[in-house]
Design a protein around this ligand. Structure first.
Ligand SMILES: *Cc1c(COP(=O)(O)O)cnc(C)c1O
Length: 423
């Protein structure tokens, strides 16, 4: 592969998705590589916010049932738009809550300790919020998390071995919660195989798809996954605090919501105002209260764009971008002490590249001062997400050139090697 800019330009010229970049608000002279933390705003998402503001303006309370996108059915509609991204049936998906609240809801619904099976299996690399939620769910059941939360260990600090996960599936495990993609290294777990192994041992399994949804295709229904949760502000470009989502396999629709509320109702009965709940016979049963309509609105636009492009095409370009980035790092920065800690193999690499360096915090500050937006992850990680819908190969090339000059000139040394408040 050539490392000069002509190669980057050639790749951009033959990129079938290049036209989508112009639909996003891209800051001039900035290279945004943080779409795995907060995706950028598109004009379609913006228009969708205005559309729903308009329905409030025009219809007042009647907006629940009138207007182009009646609010009473919005969570189901967005669920249906999301289903193809994860290989689910329409009625198995609902847009509601947040990753953490949905994880609480589905753990409360699916974790039923009984006899010897009283433990939850998770991993030591997951995002803290998931672990806090599991610890508190155990405590609510009167179980001590120190011995009832089992965390699969990583041998290299960045990835998980399928065999280690399977080995941890003991007869004491009632429920498994794992990330589909790891937030630091971006490793994609073999969800199909892990699900099959869990089910062979009568263990229920749910995945957190925060770092895989919108980045890779999934086949949750075919794989038989019991449930899943995710956020929509990362690869789905829903905006800060946009409403999250959940999936429940159809075979569990008779399972009562652990945390019930009036939006768990069968919609036809919701306004009967009875004191005994008749849950919806679909994923909607795991909603709790009134949907956050204005925080769900942008998804109408962003999901429309993603379904128009197709998750397969997004994955293809994303793999090419991350492969190109890794190759440039190998060739242009060999002597500066960087380690590529995300998987090299296409089959298990997610949507971002994870670099380790002992000066990572201040290298990130130097990148930011020069117009590149990466993100820093404690203790020594730099995540770089070239996003298929709006980043270019030329930006990847420019970023690597900048990183090379920061290292060569040691300009990162003017910053403190400490993280900021938000990193
Ligand atoms: C982003 C992320 C979260 C965030 O949870 P919220 O409830 O949306 O704040 C949780 N878990 C994982 C694995 C994440 O990547």
């Amino acid at each position: 592969m050539k490392t000069d800019i002509s190669e980057a330009r050639r790749l951009d010229n033959q990129d079938p998705l290049s036209k989508y970049r112009q639909e996003f608000y891209i800051t001039r002279d900035q290279i945004y590589l943080d779409g795995n933390s907060l995706g950028l705003l598109s004009t379609r998402a913006e228009a969708a916010i205005h559309n729903l503001l308009g329905s409030w303006k025009q219809h007042g309370i009647n907006g629940w049932t009138e207007g182009e996108h009646p609010w009473f059915y919005l969570s189901e509609k967005l669920g249906a738009m999301t289903a193809p991204l994860i290989g689910a049936r329409t009625e198995e998906v609902i847009i509601t809550g947040s990753t953490t609240t949905n994880l609480h809801q589905l753990t409360a619904s699916f974790f039923q300790p009984e006899g010897k099976r009283t433990k939850i299996l998770a991993d030591e690399l997951n995002f803290p919020s998931d672990i806090y939620a599991l610890q508190s769910q155990l405590q609510l059941k009167g179980l001590d998390p120190t011995d009832h939360l089992v965390q699969v260990q990583s041998t290299d600090g960045n990835t998980l071995q399928t065999s280690a996960i399977i080995d941890a599936m003991s007869e004491e495990i009632a429920l498994i919660i794992l990330p589909g993609g790891l937030y630091r290294s971006g490793q994609i777990l073999d969800m199909e195989k892990i699900t099959k192994e869990a089910h062979q041992r009568d263990i229920l399994i749910g995945f957190d798809l925060c770092h895989s949804i919108g980045a890779i295709p999934h086949q949750l229904s075919d794989w038989g996954v019991d449930f899943a949760v995710w956020c929509t502000y990362k690869h789905l470009n829903g905006g800060p605090g946009s409403v999250g989502g959940l999936y429940v396999n159809k075979k569990h629709f008779n399972r009562k919501p652990g945390l019930a509320g009036w939006f768990s109702s069968d919609k036809a009965k919701q306004f009967d105002m009875e004191h005994s709940l008749s849950p919806a016979n679909n994923a909607g049963a795991y909603q709790i209260g009134t949907p956050h309509v204005l925080s769900a609105a942008p998804l109408l636009g962003s999901l429309e764009m993603i379904s128009e492009v197709g998750i397969e095409a997004i994955r293809e370009k994303s793999l090419q971008l991350t492969a190109y980035l890794m190759e440039l790092i190998d060739k242009e920065l060999p002597e500066y002490g960087f380690t590529i800690a995300s998987p090299r193999s296409d089959s298990i690499r997610g949507g971002h590249v994870y670099l380790e360096h002992k000066e990572a915090a201040r290298i990130c500050k130097a990148l930011k001062a020069n117009g590149v937006i990466p993100d820093f992850r404690k203790p020594n990680g730099i995540r770089l997400a070239p996003v298929a819908l709006y980043n270019t190969y030329t930006e990847v090339w420019q970023m690597v050139q900048l990183l090379q000059s920061i290292m060569k000139e040691e300009s990162y040394k003017v910053y403190e090697n400490k993280r900021g408040v938000i990193a």
